[in-house]
Design a protein around this ligand. Structure first.
Ligand SMILES: Cc1cc2nc3c(=O)[nH]c(=O)nc-3n(C[C@H](O)[C@H](O)[C@H](O)COP(=O)(O)O)c2cc1C
Length: 374
């Protein structure tokens, strides 16, 4: 059996395999509530055989949403529709994760496929339109050629404490919804990444300046979330291992952060990059895998992500111990049955990942065609 399709246990959670759906914003919620779109979008990944499906960046506070159409978990009322999705994922043998997020200065941006805030006055109430002034470590607008960002307000110490608490409260709600994994979003230039990066954090108090001070917020969030999240359930943190920008956060900084996160009880680090500023890494197949490897060398469990499509590449990443899990975003959208197909390629005539409703029919068809048999 391939490593990719071997189970992995983290705390008391056993994943049926190591293929993970990476979080993907859908810009399809109203007032933070999950709906039929999220149910179908996520449910098909469970039917396709993924071991863990991580739900999109979900705002721990309303002002922490990337857009007004993000999912949210700042209110107990958000739990019910999420629970419905989690139960379906469990029924189809996938574990359910949720990415808890605060966008900081990258909040209140337009829905991805719209042309700016182009909602008409008639449309606004129908889509639950909102826009607001974001908050951030420092009052520095996110640098971008696209005019979609707003100059944020600098967070007070009270704002910081309230936000740390909001991550913990959201984790408690995630547990009520039945999630198996919470992933803290510390990547892609969002709030935690903004605190970490000297490019976005110009504070002069205990949250800015030295690396130790810039890491304080990330570590407080991790500590509070770990305390609120059940002992037996794994906690992940997604990081941008490097800003890949002059004067920015670097891999050496991430190595130090990873050690501290592991000591606090973070069970896996999901290793991405960029998002704070201009970005100098060239996207190419497997381009972020060396970053995952650098973090794994600290002893942390890691998830590799980014332009990984070939099942043999995914298997090689695990075999060479560059990471412990492999995540897919666009590849999962292209082919929600990616694990089923990859399992056939890596392990021959294995049909166990097909839902029972399809399994025997597909096997019979393959027999008739003389393909895929072990
Ligand atoms: C539609 C879409 C939405 C995304 N939303 C999120 C998100 O909510 N949180 C996050 O950390 N990354 C998000 N990402 C980034 C992916 O999780 C992933 O890291 C990135 O796409 C690289 O992986 P890939 O090459 O397999 O697509 C998103 C990517 C896509 C394509």
């Amino acid at each position: 059996m391939s490593l990719l399709f071997s189970p992995l246990t983290l705390r008391e959670l056993t994943l049926r395999n190591r293929a993970v759906v990476a979080p993907m914003c859908q810009y399809s919620a109203q007032h933070g509530f999950a709906n039929d779109w999220h149910f179908v979008h996520l449910g098909r990944f469970a039917l396709g055989g993924f071991g863990l499906v991580i739900m999109e960046a979900t705002g721990v506070l309303p002002e922490g949403r990337i857009s007004y159409a993000d999912l949210g978990l700042w209110n107990d009322d958000h739990v019910g529709p999420l629970k419905h999705i989690v139960e379906f994922l469990h029924h189809e043998n996938s574990a359910a994760g949720i990415q808890l997020a605060h966008a900081g200065r990258k909040a209140s941006t337009p829905v991805a496929w719209r042309h700016g805030f182009d909602e008409t006055e008639e449309e606004k109430p129908k889509v639950a339109f909102e826009s607001w002034t974001p908050v951030a470590p420092s009052a520095i607008i996110h640098p971008s050629s696209a005019p979609i960002y707003t100059t944020p307000r600098e967070m007070t110490l009270d704002d910081i404490a309230r936000t740390v608490q909001a991550f913990a409260d959201a984790a408690r709600r995630a547990d009520e919804a039945g999630f198996d994994v919470v992933e803290i979003h510390g990547a892609h230039g969002y709030l935690i990444n903004q605190f970490l990066s000297p490019l976005a954090n110009h504070r002069t108090d205990q949250y800015g300046g030295s690396r130790e001070n810039r890491m304080r917020f990330a570590l407080e969030v991790a500590r509070a979330t770990r305390a609120a999240w059940p002992e037996q359930k794994p906690l992940f943190m997604r990081i941008s291992a490097t800003d890949a920008a002059d004067g920015g956060w670097q891999v050496e900084d991430s190595v130090v952060l990873a050690r501290e996160l592991t000591a606090l009880g973070v069970d896996a680090i999901h290793v991405s990059s960029g998002g704070v500023s201009s970005y100098m890494l060239k996207a190419a197949p497997l381009y972020q895998v060396p970053l995952a490897k650098a973090i794994k060398e600290t002893g942390a469990t890691t998830i590799a992500v980014g332009l990984i499509n070939d099942p043999n590449d995914a298997e090689m990443i695990l075999e060479t111990s560059e990471a412990d899990l492999v995540a897919f975003a666009r590849g999962a959208l292209e082919d929600p049955n990616w694990p089923i197909h990859a399992h056939h390629i890596l392990d021959g005539g294995e049909y166990d990942l097909w839902p029972k409703q399809a399994r025997e029919r597909i096997r019979a068809k393959d027999r008739a065609l003389g393909i895929r048999q072990a």
